[in-house]
Design a protein around this ligand. Structure first.
Ligand code: FRU
Length: 516
């Protein structure tokens, strides 16, 4: 009898403990300090570049540079997540592990729907990933030819991946930096094209089968910015709303970006299947983002309705990525953004805006119309996730600068807005909270900008990031921040004079990480 009672009590205690554990984890899932709520971040460990972005069978695949065993960079894997709506992500098992040829560096993925590779079996169309193998043994031995391009394929809609048996498919001929293949199908020449970052320039290769590659051309040794090594290119056509088609070359650059450290430049030009030709003078540098925290961004292959969808790594490789104050995981991605082209007075420019799907997270709409502000106007004293749309009338604005302030009770703040004297859009995170992890963090980022009469700002605020889009995407700035206590107060401000707010509309944002 006593034994039965004891067993009963042990059972009750076990059940209680189990329940407690479950409750705790449901309560804390994706709720650690600084953990973004509506941006993608890995469950644990290190993440850098987005990789292998491909849309197939109504599913967006997101792979990413990942080291699951530590929160700093190490042996690179491809982590994997999928989404039906671009907003809510489901973690999947790791797709690619390092092997005898090396770490799995960045690359892309395509749907080989005509089975050009011959990898198809029965009816399963192959998804083919093209990535860089980085051989650490060679690197440690000081050998130059450490990077080469390899394939992996999936015959089950991206669930599991097999490395191609004859890797690598594109061998290194003596370039230390030879990586990050971005592959797409070129309709006119009916060939696969690979854009590859090679040190200080881009190399273009072509192939009929994704396996045998032929060099077509070089681009960029003397064009654009060269403050650091070129990495993670992307090349694709886009149209202005008037119908002019141009080719856009995205070229990430490891150092020397406009507001410090790593960043993303782009070129506008033409591509005939062999050569990319820049429309602008070689010395003109165009920046995709003027913040410090948007790097290695590339676009999805095969997105529906001809949309060109972009996502970037929300950190700064060169300045502090490995030191930001998070422990369990490190790094997040930007929100997915839709790219377009706009004819401006200075020429055709890339525009970007959060994907329309993001509005599914909006709740509790609030609005003010036609209001003149001076000093501070508190919009919200609760909640830290926000999506704001602000429109200012500059013809009725006497302030020197105006915009938005995030603040907390610790007197920490992030200020974002427009400076009429300096004629620049800015984000100031000099007093944003934790910054001792890097002397390159507590700074103010600015971008020259001349509004025409009105100024529209769309601002996304997550627990540790701000993304600012000016005039429907003409300019973007992405910055991280790490307050000691989460920001809760959001106010409009105008300094040294008045600002006229045509409209301010804001929403709370739901978390995308509700299910443990
Ligand atoms: C860019 C990058 C790539 C490389 C990968 C390694 O952040 O340096 O050039 O493939 O990261 O993780």
């Amino acid at each position: 009898m006593r034994f039965v009672t004891m067993v009963f009590f042990v059972f009750v205690i076990l059940v209680a403990c189990r329940e407690k554990t479950v409750v705790v984890s449901a309560d804390t899932y994706y709720k650690e300090q600084h953990r973004p709520r509506f941006h993608f971040s890995p469950e644990k460990g290190w993440m850098n570049d987005p990789n292998g972005l491909v849309y197939y069978d109504s599913t967006y695949h997101l792979f990413y540079q990942h080291y699951p065993d530590s929160n700093v960079w190490g042996p690179m894997h491809w982590g994997h997540a999928t989404s039906r709506d671009l907003i809510h992500w489901k973690h999947q098992p790791i797709a690619l592990y390092p092997d005898s040829l090396g770490y799995i560096f960045s690359g892309s993925a395509v749907v080989d729907d005509h089975n050009t590779s011959g990898l198809q079996q029965k009816n399963a169309q192959p998804l083919v990933a093209v990535f860089t193998h980085h051989d650490m043994t060679k690197e440690k031995a000081g050998k130059i030819d450490r990077e080469s391009q390899s394939l992996a394929y999936s015959l089950d809609n991206g669930k599991t991946w097999t490395k191609y048996s004859k890797n690598p498919v594109l061998k290194n001929k003596g370039d230390q930096d030879f990586r990050d293949p971005k592959v797409f199908f070129h309709q006119l020449t009916k060939k696969w094209i690979m854009a590859l970052a090679v040190g200080n320039h881009l190399e273009i290769f072509s192939s009929h089968n994704l396996i045998d590659w032929k060099k077509e051309s070089d681009f960029g040794k003397n064009e654009g910015s060269h403050g650091g090594v070129w990495e993670c290119p992307d090349l694709f056509p886009l149209k202005t709303k008037e119908g002019t088609q141009k080719w856009v070359l995205i070229q990430n650059i490891g150092r020397g970006s406009i507001n410090g450290g790593s960043g993303t430049q782009y070129f506008i030009g033409s591509f005939d299947g062999h050569y990319f030709k820049n429309d602008n003078p070689p010395s003109l540098v165009l920046w995709l983002d003027y913040g410090a925290d948007n790097y290695a961004g590339v676009t999805w292959f095969g997105a529906p309705d001809n949309r060109r969808l972009f996502i970037g790594w929300m950190s700064n490789w060169d300045d502090y990525a490995q030191k930001i104050p998070t422990q369990k995981w490190r790094s997040a991605l930007t929100v997915p953004r839709e790219l377009g082209l706009r004819q401006s007075a200075k020429g055709i420019r890339l525009i970007q805006y959060p994907v329309k799907e993001l509005s599914m997270l909006r709740v509790n709409k609030k609005q003010i119309l036609n209001k003149t502000t001076e000093g501070f106007l508190v919009l919200s004293n609760e909640g830290k996730l926000k999506d704001l749309e602000l429109e200012f009338d500059l013809s009725n604005t006497s302030a020197q600068s105006f915009g938005l302030v995030l603040s907390n009770t610790q007197k920490e703040k992030v200020v974002a807005g427009y400076d009429l004297l300096k004629k620049e859009i800015f984000i100031d995170r000099t007093q944003s909270g934790k910054n001792s992890f890097s002397d390159k963090f507590a700074n103010r980022h600015a971008a020259p900008y001349l509004p025409e009469g009105k100024l529209k700002l769309r601002i996304l605020i997550d627990v540790s990031s701000i993304e600012l889009f000016v005039d429907d995407g003409a300019l973007a700035m992405t910055d991280l921040f790490f307050p000691t206590e989460d920001y809760s107060t959001i106010s409009l401000f105008s300094e040294h004079g008045k600002a006229t707010v045509v409209s301010a509309t804001w929403y709370d944002m739901l978390s995308i990480w509700n299910k443990p």
